[in-house]
Design a protein around this ligand. Sequence first.
Ligand code: UDP
Length: 375
Amino acid sequence: MKEYHYIIVGAGLYGATFAHRAKQAGKISLVLDRRPHIGGNIYCENIEGINVHKYGAHIFHTSNKKVWDFVNSIVEFNRYTNSPVANYKGEYFNLPFNMNTFYQMWGTKTPAEAKAKIDEQKADAIAKMMAEGIEEPRNLEEQAIALIGNDIYEKLIKGYTEKQWGRPCSQIPAFIIKRLPVRFIYDNNYFNDKYQGIPIGGYNKLIEGLLEGIEVKCNVDFLKEKEKYEQMADKILYTGAIDEFYDFRFGKLAYRTISFEHELYEASNWQGNAVVNYTDADIPYTRIIEHKHFEMFGDEIERISKTVISKEYSTEWKDGMEPYYPINDEENNSLYMKYKALADKEEGYLFGGRLADYKYYDMHNIVEKALNVEI
Ligand code: UDP
């Protein structure tokens, strides 16, 4: 045996879950991360007693009991339920699309009234698709209009999506909008999953718990000293960007990145909700997060007289930035497949996580994958 069974590159959720399982299996690992902290994009910074999601809001949700029990065995989760509100030119709408949204949009009160209105709204789009012989929506615009009709598409989807992805909805894959439920009940819960919440005490508790008793080195750029580390471990789990691993030899994969303006205010409750989406194209940011609402409920909100909010701006990824969302369009997916073909043949390596798999994963997908991989 070499010095370590595993060197794990990346101390994010995938790497940390894998490291935890490897430890349970009696393996010795070294975890490396090039950032100055562990946790990847779920890392939080405590400001004035509030856990600030420095790399964007993360809400854990899953229907997989094994995943839920696993994360709760590391840290208990609270009962946070995500119910974002959309601000369209100063008008407020509930999300996801449900009876509250339909009432706010059209004044419909019963499911039958709302369904009739949506059928009327999407009739033109469906007739047009049928006339052109299109069986399946080919992009997000077609998918959204066929699902929910024109008014909601124009007010709550188009501007937000085009800001988030930096391209017209007609060039964005349809699967992205399938994340959002459409419901004919008065229910503002953004997710359909059985379980949902935020770790009590914040996400750092989850990562610290996963990595307990495991050697971790931050500020280490693995790719700069790859040969050295290869000598030190039987196997390496790489969770970074797959194109970077191969020195971009086939070209760069596209990502969206996010930049944040974090602001501290002298107010106990600034926007009344954790998430407010700004869905019109004229406002440059996509959403404002008020972090305390993820972990403070009822009277607790008033106990801290300050609040931290973050405005989220979405831009195309360039060198030196953190990649966030893979752009899973056809061009990038086929470029990824070229890298994957190399990775599949790579001796002594495992690859996993959002950046190595180049997939728009939620946290529960990551944990599930890391729980199922053979150690
Ligand atoms: N979306 C939208 N309007 C909204 C919120 C979401 O049209 O107010 C669509 C949009 O296409 C977006 C997708 O749903 O790309 C997923 O958005 P969400 O904010 O849930 O993604 P996250 O950034 O949280 O992964």
